[in-house]
Design a protein around this ligand. Structure first.
Ligand SMILES: O=C(O)[C@H](O)CO
Length: 425
């Protein structure tokens, strides 16, 4: 079954149907290859548990990870809880209560579900295990704030708008929370926490992924206070005081396995490109520049190699950023595809696609975008200027007109983004 929505839409605007079909097939297969199921099962297979097993799964991939654990351990799991984003629970899982909650800003359901998880892990003893399945998105979904919910939402909005990176954002989040920065593992004591983590942060800093609820914190009060000052954050007296309280620096009850990251996504894309006869060239798995720059860069590579007579696939994994200057609709992957469109204009053998592996790019229903040599011309004929669209951050509406949106729905995984330039012979 194809995850991508391309086959459900009209295609007459697209010049290169073949490249689009290849792109869709690569995306479909690569996402399946980075679903967390096999990695979760591999970690759990043959593992012996003494006492109770309580499953707590948190993040955008929580349902998928919990389902894999449940398929593997069956009734060895006593009870459990899934806390994931709205629309991400696929079906009930036996013995496991599934909650959906707010992302990227936590909401009442995040708080309610987290309280239920805390109650589930309290009163356990030394022989019991908390099976903690963690993926990105967890910072918003898993939260019991030390300040009011309203203030936490306000500070989250300030952090998301001020240009702070995820490490800075999560350094602050940890101090405002009863569960982040290793505090959830403390709440599980004396039970053992077996933590399986899917990374959505470049370089896999364990204590930063979903703000590290079961990981000793490496950040300090000084760093937190510096971030407050740097971005001129508006904090209440209470929130300011919390910046002075240290998080756990050592945890004795946790074992952690990292089971997937953007490297696996890039490798999966690479393997799929080979299947279609495209020689893969891995540019980076640490892409972190402006989305627009990444798109222009891929287009420049196309200019150099489009006459090589070879089938080539240039792959860049990571997570780009968008500086919001307009009021349009879009996401970083859609901006990459659209900004590449101008540079590959008129090339009959080049296409660029870019997707978020979780299936959500920005606040849209698209996972990312696709453009080829025809995209810029189609938009021009409709009187649309790509530079103006990018200035207004409106890539979604432009790509919709060229049938360049890639729609997968929630995928069940979350290992950053991948962008690909395809050049056919
Ligand atoms: O939840 C979060 O904090 C981000 O997705 C990074 O892991």
């Amino acid at each position: 079954m194809l995850l991508t929505g391309y086959y459900n839409v009209r295609k007459e605007n697209l010049m290169n149907k073949e490249l689009r079909a290849v792109a869709d097939n690569i995306i479909d297969a690569a996402i399946k290859a980075v679903l967390p199921d096999e990695a979760v099962k591999k970690t759990l297979n043959d593992r012996k548990f003494d006492g109770k097993v309580i499953l707590v799964a948190v993040g955008k991939a929580a349902w998928q990870m919990a389902k894999a654990a449940s398929d593997c351990l069956g009734d060895r799991i006593n009870e459990g809880i899934v806390i994931t984003k709205y629309g991400h629970v696929k079906e009930p899982i036996e013995r496991i209560e599934c909650f959906e909650a707010g992302h990227p800003v936590p909401d009442e359901n995040s708080f309610k579900a987290t309280q239920a998880a805390i109650e589930m892990v309290s009163g356990l003893n030394k022989n019991d295990t908390v099976l903690f399945l963690l993926s990105g998105g967890g910072s918003a979904l898993f939260e019991k704030p030390k300040i009011t919910g309203e203030e936490l939402q306000d500070i989250t909005n300030q952090l998301l708008a001020c240009g702070a990176d995820i490490v800075e954002i999560n350094t602050i989040r940890k101090r405002l929370s009863e569960v982040k920065g290793g505090r959830f593992a403390k709440l599980c004591e004396p039970a053992h926490v077996l933590s399986i983590v899917l990374s959505d942060i470049l370089g896999d800093p364990l204590d930063m992924i979903a703000s590290g609820p079961a990981c000793a914190d490496t950040t300090t009060c000084e760093e937190a206070k510096h971030i407050v000052e740097k971005y001129n954050l508006n904090l209440s007296e209470m929130a300011n005081k919390l910046m002075d309280i240290e998080t756990p620096k050592k945890l004795d009850n946790v074992t952690t396995f990292i089971n997937g990251s953007v490297r696996e996504l890039c490798s999966a894309v690479s393997r799929e490109c080979l299947q279609y006869g495209y020689e893969p060239v891995m540019l980076t798995d640490q892409l972190c520049c402006q989305a627009k720059e990444a798109g222009s860069f891929l287009a420049s590579i196309a200019k150099t190699h489009c006459k090589s007579g070879k089938k080539l696939a240039y792959i860049a994994g990571g997570e780009t950023v968008v500086n919001i200057t307009g009021h349009g609709k879009g996401g970083r992957n859609q901006e990459i595809a659209l900004s590449a469109a101008e540079g590959i204009k008129g090339m009959s053998n080049a296409a660029v696609f870019s997707i978020g592996s979780d299936g959500t790019d920005g606040p849209t229903d698209a996972a990312g975008g696709y453009s080829d040599g025809d995209t810029a011309g189609v938009l021009k004929n409709k009187g649309i200027d790509i530079f103006e669209v990018l200035k207004n951050n409106d890539a979604y509406n432009a790509l919709k007109l060229t049938e360049g949106l890639i729609i997968t729905g929630p995928t069940g995984t979350n290992v950053n983004d991948v962008s690909v330039l395809l050049i056919s012979d």
